[in-house]
Design a protein around this ligand. Structure first.
Ligand SMILES: Cc1cc2nc3c(=O)[nH]c(=O)nc-3n(C[C@H](O)[C@H](O)[C@H](O)COP(=O)(O)O)c2cc1C
Length: 260
């Protein structure tokens, strides 16, 4: 399905079609969940443990913390509050991993979408959490990239409240003129979460290739967008490469009818 060569980015060919199909479906329902009705139950937790092993790109790791999350969040005035929080995940990366933010963004969003598929809500956090609690889960040579509160969402329809820019604001040319796969992939990026909902991405299309850039390319937000592009184009023959200036990534794809 996915072409590989020596210089292919880490994520190329890493995820399988059934995973990507699940995540493509989860994109529409996922949202930043901060109010939990109950902790993930025993079977959800064991499925999350399995997912944490399966979705992490080389150099990243997810540690699950199944109780004791009460002190994790540092309350900040005007920031949304967390309620009913008992569990969380810690996303870790090796300190010498190149483009660690990007790679962690891909692994973490794969985990988030798998969690949503299992009925577990989550929220990316890189800001107002207690570093000491997360650092306790680091192994030698690792750094904490983010934490993710977890639990069963109080409002499973929370995605209806998401706020997003218009697709035209994210695209340098008119996405209505793009092939269907590229339009759907761009729409999946539009639905992606980003720190303080900045939605920093820009996309353009030329030939058979979609270009994703952002002002400071290489962040967790960019990794999240890449995972959404990969999930949305799971049915395509595709290949990835970094743009020459490392300021973006290029996804070349072709729709293959037999897998739709
Ligand atoms: C990299 C990243 C870091 C984030 N950090 C925080 C955080 O520290 N605190 C918080 O409450 N939300 C945090 N968020 C959640 C975002 O505010 C949220 O995803 C965004 O507002 C979009 O909302 P949605 O995910 O419901 O679509 C973070 C999201 C991302 C992607």
């Amino acid at each position: 399905m996915t072409k590989t060569d020596g210089s292919a980015p880490l994520w190329q060919g890493f995820y399988r079609v059934p995973q990507l199909r699940r995540w493509q479906r989860a994109i529409a329902g996922r949202f930043a969940c901060r109010v939990f009705a109950a902790p993930a139950d025993v079977s959800q937790l064991s499925a999350l443990e399995y997912a944490a092993q399966r979705v992490c790109l080389p150099g990243t790791r997810i540690a699950l913390v199944s109780s004791g999350a009460e002190g994790l969040v540092i309350p900040v005035p005007l920031f949304p509050k967390f309620e009913g929080l008992r569990q969380y995940a810690v996303l870790l990366a090796e300190k010498d991993l190149p483009v660690a933010g990007l790679i962690a963004g891909i692994s973490g969003q794969a985990f988030t979408l798998e969690a949503w598929h299992l009925g577990v809500g989550s929220c990316w956090m890189t800001g107002n959490y207690r570093r000491s609690l997360a650092k306790a889960h680091c192994r030698e040579g690792e750094q904490v990239m983010a934490v993710m509160p977890l639990g069963q969402p109080q409002d499973p329809a929370g995605a209806l409240k998401r706020q997003r820019k218009d697709l035209s604001a994210l695209c340098q040319d008119d996405p209505a003129a793009w092939p269907h796969w590229a339009y759907k992939a761009a729409e999946a990026v539009r639905q992606a979460p980003s720190a303080i909902n900045r939605q920093p991405w820009r996309m353009s299309f030329s030939g058979a290739t979609l270009l994703l850039t952002s002002p400071r390319f290489g962040s967790i937000d960019d990794g999240i967008a890449i995972l959404h592009l990969e999930a949305a184009s799971f049915h395509c023959e595709r290949s990835w490469r970094f743009a020459g200036n490392q300021r973006g990534v290029l996804l070349k794809a072709e729709e293959s009818c037999d897998t739709i």
